[in-house]
Design a binder for this molecule. Sequence first.
Ligand SMILES: NC(=O)C1=CN([C@@H]2O[C@H](COP(=O)(O)OP(=O)(O)OC[C@H]3O[C@@H](n4cnc5c(N)ncnc54)[C@H](OP(=O)(O)O)[C@@H]3O)[C@@H](O)[C@H]2O)C=CC1
Ligand SMILES: CC[C@](O)(C(C)=O)C(=O)O
Ligand SMILES: [Mg+2]
Ligand SMILES: [Mg+2]
Length: 337
Amino acid sequence: MSVEVFYDDDADLGLIQAKKVAVIGYGSQGHAHALSLRDSGVDVVIGLPAGSKSRPKAEEQGLRVLTPAEAAAEADVIMILAPDTAQRSLYTDAIAPNLAPGKALFFGHGFNIRYDLIKPPADVDVAMVAPKGPGHLVRRQYVDGKGVPCLVAVEQDPSGTAFQLALSYAKGIGGTRAGAIKTTFTEETETDLFGEQAVLCGGAAALVQTGFEVLTEAGYAPEVAYFECLHELKLIVDLMYEGGIARMRYSVSDTAEYGDLSRGPRVIDGRVKEEMRKILGEIQSGEFAREWVAEDEAGRPNFAKWRAEGAVHPIEETGQKLRNMMSWVDRPITETA
Ligand SMILES: NC(=O)C1=CN([C@@H]2O[C@H](COP(=O)(O)OP(=O)(O)OC[C@H]3O[C@@H](n4cnc5c(N)ncnc54)[C@H](OP(=O)(O)O)[C@@H]3O)[C@@H](O)[C@H]2O)C=CC1
Ligand SMILES: CC[C@](O)(C(C)=O)C(=O)O
Ligand SMILES: [Mg+2]
Ligand SMILES: [Mg+2]
């Protein structure tokens, strides 16, 4: 199945420039959207609660900061970039009372719409512009004259122009420079959750920790295990990022490639694939969303426990020591170019 991709020439920046946009939240995504929209000539206001730590950052950048309710009341387009778990009460308390026919409600991720946690009125456009990268990269690419590809979707379209408005917004943050892919809230939400759980965050972190444990439990030096299981992963992923798995296999030794081809499928075997399918099933059925919302409402006891356990895993102490020896690690290599 082929996807539809839209570029700068397909999008009219004038549509979003004609609107007042409220960006609610000023974290990873919020700061990137707000600053890039402003630099694209869009009238932007930030919505943050009175005591928010993000307020000084937004004000230092010369942005006007109001409460979420005030910002939503002023705006034609309201982009919600607060944490997913905060969005439901934020919507009920501050945004819903300030919606009116003709306004548009935008999201950077479909979680709250996909799982019916937010149910906007039918006379409001509902769309998504979801950059496929962390917010700091979204901003850096925009400043460099480039962009991070975006997913764009429409859930409600009473105006009949929601998709063109979302494309225009994507152009304002640099997304259509790289390409905006048309999708749905369901596809974006389910694939994003699956990717971060099974592969990018959950799968990768567990693979690295388990490899480190196997080597150190067998008596190898933690420092050597760290290099092998974590540090070099970036070098390997950079090769995949540039040219796919084939480029990585071209670049590593034949010995590594033979080990990859013969042993990789033993590590990520049929049982792992079955577990991945179960994880996808929990996402599709809403089980994961219900669990995460209940965990959040209970004060996140498991989240806090697992986060604390992860922070004291021996790989973290070893890594801290080794990274202090590698002065370049925390700085982009291009700074010295
Ligand atoms: N991180 C990423 O790169 C990506 C995120 N997304 C999506 O973007 C959205 C935002 O995520 P992300 O940028 O990571 O969020 P962050 O955690 O980085 O930032 C959240 C921001 O929202 C503010 N905030 C917290 N509670 C409220 C509230 N009740 N009302 C208004 N503002 C509030 C925070 O302020 P304070 O400083 O006071 O806490 C902070 O400024 C989510 O839907 C996420 O799934 C999508 C793609 C990638
Ligand atoms: C991979 C994590 C992510 O989905 C992202 C940066 O795209 C997120 O939710 O932060
Ligand atoms: Mg993601
Ligand atoms: Mg995500």
